[in-house]
Design a protein around this ligand. Sequence first.
Ligand code: FDA
Length: 381
Amino acid sequence: MDLLVVGSGLFGLTIAERAAAELGLRVGVVESRQHVGGNAWSSIDRDTGIEEHRYGAHIFHTSNEKVWGYVNRFTSFTDYTHHVYARHRGEVYPLPINLATINQFFHTSLGPGEARAMIEAQADLGSDANPGNLEDKAISLIGRPLYEAFIRGYTAKQWQTDPRQLPAEIITRLPVRYTYDNRYFNDTHQGMPTQGYGAWLERMATHPLIDVHLGVDFLDPNQPLSRSAAVGQVPVVYTGPIDRYFDHRFGRLGWRTVEFERQVLPVDDHQGTAVINYCDEDVAHTRVLEFKHFHPERRHRNDCTLIAREFSRFAGADDEAYYPVNTPGDRQMLDRYREAADKESRVLFGGRLGTYQYLDMHMAIGSALSRFDNVIRGWFA
Ligand code: FDA
């Protein structure tokens, strides 16, 4: 083996595929789960035949032409365009907040200029405004009425914390569109992999020079491809949690996790769209996903549908890490881990867990393509 990749998410798979296809290297991939693909993985639910995103709704979108060209080598994409709706006090509104949301919410028929003037007036906190917490910051961006309807309850549920206790820097902007455009993403390209995420991700791993070992934890010293056996012997790309690699010697980085309560319902269509956010605090879940709507082009059974209710909370030691909490304490700890990582010889830390940051799929792939060019090529030059 010439290179060992730890983790088969999009970062790890992109590095493995490039190293095998472009440099002709023999690549070992160790993956602790029983499937490749990391959190983007999906599979077909046996009972309903519906493709299920096991780790949350995934919609591919990018404006990066290099990434778009790369992913199209392994899959084509449907023309799915993502839309999200929000439920608040028994009514359903389009998101991100746009002219339709504003006019429905305020029972008005304002044009773009009038709507902008009204929201700017509502957002004006006066001269003593000093957004020290998330609530003040959000109000200074979109005004109190929209904040209270669409942001306060949802944010409190996401963070299990009153937004007045959350730091302002969690949000830098809250998009308000003064048009009726409610496409959730405005990247040049978006869509769903035609044959599903599972098929796409497996195709990336099928190169004859790539050897995948499923169900193997790199940090388990009792298995042959462990950290203690490999580091120093073979170059390693590590995409697991950076703090775990160092046995949490500087402490545990904070993450939020998401739990999914899945349910098969005996109806053709439950909510008429793929994602509805639940903004009010008296409903415990944050979102409801209905998977068949991600593929309107497929012929699905019409006697059932598969949904998942999403619940958000702080991650314990055994939970899946989904979103970095990123407090000032986390950032200080991360600096110490980064220093330690720089001292590791021929170990590259990458991906969302290895760098402790939220990455969309196109960002994970883009980052892997550039780290491949800037680091991995040099290792084998
Ligand atoms: P990922 O976490 O996918 O892969 C890491 C892999 O390493 C895992 O398979 C893990 O099992 C393995 N591993 C870890 N430690 C190991 C060890 N010690 N030994 C062996 N294996 C180990 N993006 C987007 O573009 N559109 C979207 O709609 C969404 N939606 C979305 C929803 C939710 C709820 C989340 C949390 C995230 C998204 N994303 C997204 C982001 C997307 O999931 C993300 O970009 C990719 O998962 C990043 O891929 P990585 O390879 O970095 O990590």
